[in-house]
Design a binder for this molecule. Structure first.
Ligand code: SF4
Ligand code: SF4
Length: 226
């Protein structure tokens, strides 16, 4: 039997676990084959440390790499706990890891694009860098998603891209991965994840796998470091 828990109560719960931004929305369709009921999503973000981001200097630092992984771990924990909470309330829930790939044949895509869901939930917009940008924290955030059959709505509206004429990330990207275009509404990428990843592997193998160089975060004027 379903409990009468509300979207607002669950968003409060997500925030209490450490998320700085949270929202819900209805998707066009469930991304999970055979589970068409999972057409609603919670999106949430945790904030990266300003002090750690200051250590990025033409490439990732060890502290940034470890912090990036810690942020993913926190997001995965929140997604796990939220999913359990939803199930206890009688709803289906499908947590999607912060960093996910669909294997060798599709290494740069997960079950859903967290950024697309976060845009639909009204948390921010995708910048020319391909990074997710928010009003209060710029791109100093990482995202995760939980799909569910609990009816959810976007109560915040959608935030328009505010990059304007800026092209600082395009000029600064050492791998030439950023096209300099605005994202399209169909979720097509405006940067080349393969180039970005190759650059990391070629130049910063010693720092660790599963991170990015971070220069596009460092140069973005939407990120005012404290
Ligand atoms: S992480 Fe580095 S290589 Fe990748 S898009 Fe950003 S600036 Fe370019
Ligand atoms: S650096 Fe400029 S163009 Fe790139 S994402 Fe930030 S605001 Fe947009």
């Amino acid at each position: 039997m379903k409990s009468n828990i509300t979207q607002e109560e669950l968003e409060k719960y997500i925030a209490e676990q450490g998320a700085v931004l949270v929202g819900g929305c209805e998707l066009k369709a469930s991304p999970i084959t055979g589970q068409e009921n999972l057409k609603y999503a919670f999106s949430f973000a945790v904030k990266l440390s300003d002090s750690i981001l200051k250590t990025i200097d033409n490439g990732p630092s060890f502290s940034y790499f470890q912090h990036y992984r810690a942020a993913n771990s926190l997001l995965d924990t929140i997604a796990f706990k939220l999913s359990q909470r939803l199930e206890q309330c009688g709803y289906n829930a499908y947590p999607i890891a912060a960093s996910q790939s669909l294997g060798k044949n599709n290494p740069y895509r997960g079950v859903v694009a967290h950024k697309t869901v976060a845009v639909n939930c009204g948390l921010g917009y995708v910048g020319k860098s391909g990074l997710f940008l928010t009003k209060d924290y710029g791109s100093k955030v990482r995202l995760a998603t939980v799909l569910t059959d609990m009816p959810l709505i976007n109560e915040k509206g959608v935030i328009e891209n505010a990059c304007g004429n800026c092209d600082l990330c395009v000029k600064a990207c050492p791998s030439g991965a950023i096209f300099g275009t605005l994202p399209t509404t169909d979720g097509e990428r405006n940067y080349d994840p393969e180039k970005c990843s190759k650059y990391m592997k070629e130049h910063f193998q010693d720092v660790g796998r599963g991170s990015v160089c971070g220069v596009c975060i460092k140069v973005c004027p939407k990120n005012k470091l404290l």
